[in-house]
Design a protein around this ligand. Structure first.
Ligand code: SF4
Length: 414
């Protein structure tokens, strides 16, 4: 029997949204209602509602689908046309009411809204936009809004999403056009990238206009993001790293999210039966971090991969890279530039900046490292301090085994 109560539909549509990892409320503009005007705030962190992936990971904030009906048939998606799931649908007004009442109860800090495609991409996109427009215009809602946009919809309707939302996103879904054609036959890679390009131009234009005129309208101030599913096809990590770096470069994305493929109920036969190790997703996030904050070029991160283009699972990509390029070490922490220090395994950005600050006043000793990192064992072979110099450690044949985290015994009754 079809669930008609709001609660029943909420159960279905919040559950259906949990497979999307591409939401995070970072980088928005500061808005609040502390002066008694409007509703909501983009800051403060109160009333956060989390969503969980099927494996129990906490992946993000409140997420909701407008509907899980869909006329498309993407094999990896639980909501695809041929899937045998229970269906439900909200009207835009119902989502507006739900958002406001959840917000007032402090359950959420904003709205992440996506949808299956009903009737047509244009119709669906109009409904999504209507939710955000009503929240902003009618209710003066100042909380965070992230809208998932539909690349197949009219670019003008997609662009309206950016007028009301803090962040917009379009999922590239799969790393290669061939995989997309095989697993999401209704989607089209050039069209997805074309829509991303359209949003990027508008985001850049709006930023430029606001630099000149403070009253110029905002357009998706928290930028755009995307998501790639990992492990549903045979794409290697190096191909994924390469794709992500091209997306960052071409479309100025705020984030590329990686979502380890989770076998879904009633799965299509073209999908793998098993999900990839969750650690693979974690290593891809680490590699993403290396290119965004640690000065690694994408091809350098890829050098940490094995002959099949896969990053090691037992050690992080920065350590893997350092072990391959031992001739670049040890780094003298009292003299090296910041870029070289950021290459040291176990030293994060904050730790490097703290050491740079400290060395203006005194020499860096091993004790100083112990204060800024928990990874002293990992970084000793790679650094020189005023009281430490590794002797032949970098030549040890078993250095990798010595530095890899010890395997942990699974608990029988854990
Ligand atoms: S378009 Fe594809 S991924 Fe999106 S809801 Fe429909 S079937 Fe799922």
């Amino acid at each position: 029997m079809q669930k008609t109560s709001i609660l029943g539909r909420l159960e279905i549509l919040a559950d259906a949204a949990k497979y999307d990892a591409s939401c995070a409320s970072s980088g928005s503009v500061e808005r609040n209602s502390r002066n008694g005007r409007g509703v909501g705030s983009t800051s403060g962190g109160m009333g956060i509602c989390h969503a969980y992936a099927p494996d129990g990971r906490c992946i993000s904030l409140l997420k909701l689908l407008l509907t899980n009906h869909c006329i498309f048939d993407c094999h990896y998606c639980v909501n695809r046309k041929s899937s045998n799931v229970e269906r439900a649908r909200f009207t835009p007004e119902e989502v507006v009411d739900l958002t406001l009442s959840f917000y007032r109860r402090n359950y959420i800090e904003g709205l992440f809204l996506s949808s299956g495609i009903v009737r047509s991409p244009d119709h669906t996109m109009e409904q999504i936009v209507r939710v955000a427009r009503t929240l902003r215009e009618v209710h003066d809602f100042r909380g965070y809004i992230h809208l998932k946009t539909i690349p197949e919809a009219d670019p003008e309707i997609v662009a309206e999403a950016g007028i009301w939302a803090d962040r917009v996103s379009i999922n590239v879904e799969l790393p290669t056009a061939a995989s997309l054609a095989r697993l999401a036959p209704d989607k089209n890679a050039p069209r997805i990238e074309g829509a991303m390009g359209g949003l990027h131009s508008r985001i850049v234009d709006a930023r430029d206009a606001r630099r000149k005129y403070r009253s110029a309208p905002r357009f998706a101030p928290a930028g755009q993001s995307t998501q790639m599913i990992v492990g549903a096809d045979g794409t290697s990590d190096t191909q994924i790293i390469d794709k992500a770096s091209r997306l960052y470069g071409r479309f100025g994305l705020r984030r590329v999210y990686y979502s380890a493929f989770s076998p879904i109920p009633d799965a299509s036969a073209v999908l793998p039966l098993q999900r990839p190790p969750l650690m693979r997703e974690h290593r891809l996030y680490q590699s993403d971090w290396l290119t965004r904050f640690y000065g690694f070029a994408p091809h350098e991160v890829s050098e940490a991969a094995d002959a099949n283009g896969m990053l090691p699972l037992d050690i992080d990509p920065k350590l893997a890279w350092a072990l391959k390029f031992r001739d670049r070490f040890p780094i003298d922490l009292n003299r090296a530039p910041r870029e070289a220090m950021l290459r040291v395994p176990g030293l994060g950005v904050k730790a490097v900046d703290a050491l740079l600050g400290a060395r203006r006043h005194r020499s860096i000793r091993l004790d100083d490292l112990a204060r800024v990192t928990n990874s002293l064992r990992k970084l000793r072979p790679f650094v020189v301090t005023s009281d430490w110099r590794p002797v032949a450690m970098l030549d040890l044949a078993d250095l990798r085994a010595r530095l890899a985290p010890k395997p942990r015994q699974m608990e029988l009754f854990g």
